[in-house]
Design a protein around this ligand. Structure first.
Ligand SMILES: Cc1cc2nc3c(=O)[nH]c(=O)nc-3n(C[C@H](O)[C@H](O)[C@H](O)COP(=O)(O)OP(=O)(O)OC[C@H]3O[C@@H](n4cnc5c(N)ncnc54)[C@H](O)[C@@H]3O)c2cc1C
Length: 620
């Protein structure tokens, strides 16, 4: 359990509180609120004068280096400032909100006058101004590549990162799409960039940007070598976990996986430092500065201490990712509350700043990718695994199997074999409303407990390596209201809220198809028609489509210059890369090529850095 305990140590605050907080009954008061990943519990210890002498925040389900770190910081601030009217921690909005609400509820229980704890604390940070050649906002894959390319050109580069460390979603990812790389050639593979370009444009129905697609595909393999030279090394995937891709080298074997992304990022930043680039963490881009003619001349950012950092620069590269961390916005855009998010909390600040500077949002959209059980219990402590949604529960074996799936009404809606492709799987779940239910009977659970399973997928968020007693786990899920149970199908329908007749007919029809090994509705393979739903008790497990941040962004050209689309002209001095740049995809249907988003992020970042450097050199 992650707990953050902070005792009181400030005499000045003591004097303040000794004065005005009568009515408090000394003691420890606790309250809980839902945070990002689960319950956040705040326990405040107050003495009779009303002084908060200790704050304990238990945030076991928050992402350790985001919500967990925020809880730690807020526990310190509540005690040191004796107020709960604090700013939320950047990137951990939901955890911060949960902490403030729970703290307020705890204070109420103590009998304290709330107004005394709601005084805001003035931020004392000094404003600062810097001048560089190129400023890059965002230290994920695209921003890091942009900074490397601009530094290589001999320019003074500053990187702003809102979190306390570099890497972004690019560090959590596994790998990078590239065609005709040295690693592929060494294995005797000869793939063609032209074929890849053609296939990507066709998949996107020519809604994506042709010149940009060519620029990325033709430079990706060289970018692998380039990054390797700076210490981010790769190996070629030899066996795909997405079985649908197995027979297709472009889909499965263009995936160059990081050897170790954390070590690789450390190496890249050590090299950037040697090249003279400066990284400012905990510094959040808020605004792009322009001349009256629209030329971009720098950015403004908020420092951790509240001071404003003004950066004057000839070129600005926005590489702040998309808006995946703004869970409410994603749910609004996708029109369903039933989505789970995995990833770093980019809130769309870079996109919004570019829109204000005259750019147009071209195709920013959530990246639907695989599914999760509604409440995945994360057991492993490592932050990257937690972010990837790993779960210790063997119930994830059901998730990865083509068992019977029904929608919110209890009707079957897809060929469950799509579980073999993380994008199609998530899309099918999204088409059912973002949420679906796996329906099993007791015989299926017994079979899984004995290790006889129908697992097709070994990818996506949530694979557990260890088995377990599926019935016991299912009972726990029922208690936790993430699964429903019925001794009869009609009991299950009523518990889960299905249409009783429709559900009964779906199950009946499915059982007939299982017995005949022939899916006449959606064409599921005969080998996947093994488990019927006939021997009670019956269970329905709540599952959610997952999104991994967003893809797409503002309109750019193949040089990653941001375009003012009314005039189809570049906004002078403004460049975008990675998930801040649009045109490589066509909406939320992610093409079935493994590593495409990272291949785009790193390669577009490199091109943006080169373009920004050459513009900065020519700018007066
Ligand atoms: C768990 C997971 C696994 C994935 N696996 C794969 C995979 O295997 N292959 C693949 O191709 N794709 C994968 N993806 C998608 C892929 O990682 C992303 O699309 C890609 O890395 C985006 O790169 P980026 O540089 O645009 O953004 P990021 O790498 O997210 O970097 C953006 C950076 O900007 C920072 N930032 C945000 N706002 C501000 C601000 N206002 N000021 C300053 N800094 C800011 C962020 O903190 C972050 O560090 C995965 C995504 C996730 C979440």
């Amino acid at each position: 359990m992650r707990k953050f305990i902070v005792p009181f140590a400030f005499a000045a605050a003591f004097a303040l509180f000794a004065a005005g907080c009568s009515g408090v009954k000394a003691g420890t008061y606790s309250a809980s609120e839902k945070g990002f990943g689960g319950e956040v519990t705040v326990s405040l210890t107050l003495d009779a004068s009303g002084k908060i002498t200790e704050a304990v925040i238990a945030a076991p389900n928050e992402t350790p280096n985001i919500g967990g770190a925020a809880a730690e910081k807020l526990a310190r601030s509540i005690v040191s400032s004796q107020t709960i009217a604090l700013d939320g921690v950047s990137g951990a909005t939901l955890t911060s909100k949960a902490v403030f609400s729970a703290a307020e509820a705890a204070l109420k229980k103590s009998g304290a006058k709330l107004a005394a704890y709601k005084k805001s604390v003035a931020k004392s940070g000094a404003d600062e101004e810097l001048t560089v050649d190129v400023v890059v906002a965002g230290a994920g894959g695209s921003g890091t590549a942009a900074a490397l390319a601009a530094s290589e050109a001999g320019l003074r580069v500053l990187i702003l990162e809102k979190l306390s460390n570099y890497g972004g979603n690019s560090r959590l990812a596994s790998g990078f799409f590239a065609v005709d790389s040295k690693l592929q050639r060494a294995k005797g593979m000869r793939l063609s960039e032209d074929v890849a370009v053609h296939r990507l444009l066709e998949f996107n129905q020519y809604l994506s940007n042709g010149p940009l697609t060519r620029a990325i595909v033709y430079k990706a393999a060289d970018t692998i070598d380039w990054l390797t030279g700076y210490g981010m090394t790769f190996h070629l995937q030899e066996k795909t976990t997405q079985f649908a891709h197995e027979g297709d080298a472009y889909e499965a074997f263009c995936y160059h996986k990081y050897d170790n992304s954390t070590q690789g990022f450390d190496n890249l930043y050590a090299n950037l430092k040697k090249m003279g680039a400066e990284l400012r963490t905990n510094t959040r881009l808020t605004e792009i500065i322009q001349n009256t003619d629209g030329t971009v001349t720098g950015v403004k950012a908020e420092k951790e201490d509240g001071g404003v950092l003004t950066v004057r620069a000839k070129s600005v590269v926005i590489a702040t990712g998309g808006f995946g961390g703004d869970v409410e916005r994603v749910r609004r855009e996708l029109k369903t509350p039933y989505l789970n998010f995995i990833g770093m909390p980019s809130m769309g600040e870079g996109l919004d700043a570019m829109l204000k500077a005259g750019a147009k949002d071209w195709d920013a959209t959530p990246l639907l990718h695989a599914c999760q059980l509604a409440e995945s219990t994360v057991a492993k402590e490592s932050s990257s695994e937690q972010l990837a949604g790993y779960s210790s529960s063997a119930l994830t074996w059901l998730l990865q199997s083509p068992l019977l799936w029904v929608d919110g009404q209890g009707s079957r809606f897809a060929n469950e074999d799509v579980v073999y492709d993380t994008a199609f799987w998530a899309n099918a779940a999204y088409a059912a409303g973002g949420r679906y239910f796996i329906v099993t009977d007791q015989a299926t659970l017994d079979s899984y407990t004995n290790g006889d399973t129908l697992r097709l997928s070994y990818s996506g968020p949530g694979p557990s390596k260890e088995g377990g007693n599926l019935t016991e786990l299912a009972e726990l899920a029922v208690q936790g209201k993430t699964a429903w149970k019925g001794n009869t199908l009609s009991e299950l329908a009523s518990a889960a809220g299905f249409d009783e007749k429709g559900f009964a007919s779906s199950v009946d029809r499915y059982n007939t198809m299982v017995s005949q090994r022939n899916d006449t509705d959606y064409g599921k393979s005969a080998k996947s028609l093994r488990f019927g739903v006939s021997q009670g008790p019956f269970y329905a497990f709540d599952c959610r489509a997952v999104f991994l941040g967003t893809i797409g962004g503002v309109k750019v050209d193949e040089h990653l210059r941001v375009l003012d689309v009314e005039h189809y002209k570049p906004i002078p001095g403004l460049f975008a890369a990675g998930t801040s740049a649009g045109g490589y995809y066509a909406g939320r249907g992610y093409p079935p090529y493994e590593g495409l988003a990272c291949g785009f992020a790193w390669t577009s970042g490199r091109i943006a850095g080169e373009s920004a450097a050459s513009y900065a050199k020519s700018a007066k």
